[in-house]
Design a binder for this molecule. Structure first.
Ligand SMILES: [Zn+2]
Length: 292
């Protein structure tokens, strides 16, 4: 099953259950689908599974996992049932709270169920009005993560999908870019982000990685630092990054701004501002530059 199909099915599922706000009540959804949710001691690394016993169906959730993770697990298990996809859980394919980190290796059934779970936990229709006018950054995503009861990773990826701006979410492990997820606008602009390479030298992710303290770092860079696409050259990049200790990863929140005619004019006007000081210094210039 294609990821997009799973996402469309998730939207239909949310509609059928009248889910229109956050946080989504995952236990109620499980019950509505005929499952009782049980928190159990499960082997390390196993997030959850389903079980049928004496005519009753259960979703078992690892009681050791953090609540956000458990919420995702419950939705992932519901997805197996709703999508009619058999579980192919194994050591390397346990439910993940983002389709981003694992879509390369995971079986397609599991990827589809993750996509379904992400869309249910952070529905695009619910997050879209919330991000209007909000910058794509650490603070916004952290607040939304609390509101949705979802991981920052999951929120960031849904934010990117819903955003109309040129933004991107980049996950790096040990300084190597593992995933780079551009917004639709950035894709449309023809900017393809680099993957598998080291993060750009001097970027915020690099600083965040070496500090390992979880503090937010910021940096400015060029579009061409993050992409080899020709189109990237007309963008400047503002980056916020933080280190996520549990996975030894850095998250980079990129906002790209086109260096179009508007930017050129801005550059010119800041030069004028410098010139403005000249009259006082030399007394020769008497005109006032017009500011935009
Ligand atoms: Zn699964």
């Amino acid at each position: 099953m294609e990821e997009n199909t799973a996402i469309l099915r998730a939207r239909r599922f949310l509609q059928a259950h009248n889910v229109t706000s956050a946080p989504v009540d995952v236990t109620v959804l499980a019950q509505a689908e005929g499952f009782e949710v049980k928190f159990k001691e499960l082997p390390e690394g196993e997030a959850g599974s389903t079980l049928e016993r004496r005519g009753k169906r259960y979703i078992l959730v690892n009681e050791q996992d953090p609540p956000m993770r458990q919420r995702f697990t419950i939705l992932h298990e519901i997805a197996h049932h709703v999508l009619g996809l058999p579980s192919v859980h194994g050591q390397a394919s346990e439910p993940h709270d983002s389709v981003l980190t694992t879509s390369i290796k995971r079986p397609t059934e599991e990827v589809a169920c993750d996509a379904f779970a992400s869309e249910c936990l952070v529905p695009l229709a619910v997050i879209k009005p919330l991000i209007e006018g909000q910058p794509f950054g650490v603070q916004t995503v952290a607040e939304l993560a609390r509101r949705f009861g979802a991981s920052q990773h999951c929120v960031a990826s849904q934010f990117i999908k819903a955003s109309e701006d040129c933004v991107a979410f980049v996950v790096a492990e040990q300084g190597r870019i593992k995933l780079a997820f551009p917004s639709p606008a950035l894709r449309a602009a023809g900017v393809h982000l680099l993957r598998g390479t080291s993060v750009p030298h001097g970027c915020a992710a690099e600083t965040a990685l070496s500090a390992e303290d979880g503090a937010v770092r910021t940096a400015e860079s060029e579009g061409s630092d993050w992409s080899h696409s020709d189109a990237a050259e007309r963008f400047s990049v503002y980056e916020e990054a933080s280190f996520y200790a549990p996975r030894q990863q850095t998250y980079s929140f990129l906002t790209l701004e086109a260096l179009g005619p508007a930017q050129a004019a801005e550059g010119a006007s800041s030069a004028d501002e410098d010139d403005e000081l000249l009259p006082e210094l030399t007394g020769e210039l008497t005109w006032k530059p017009r500011k935009r």
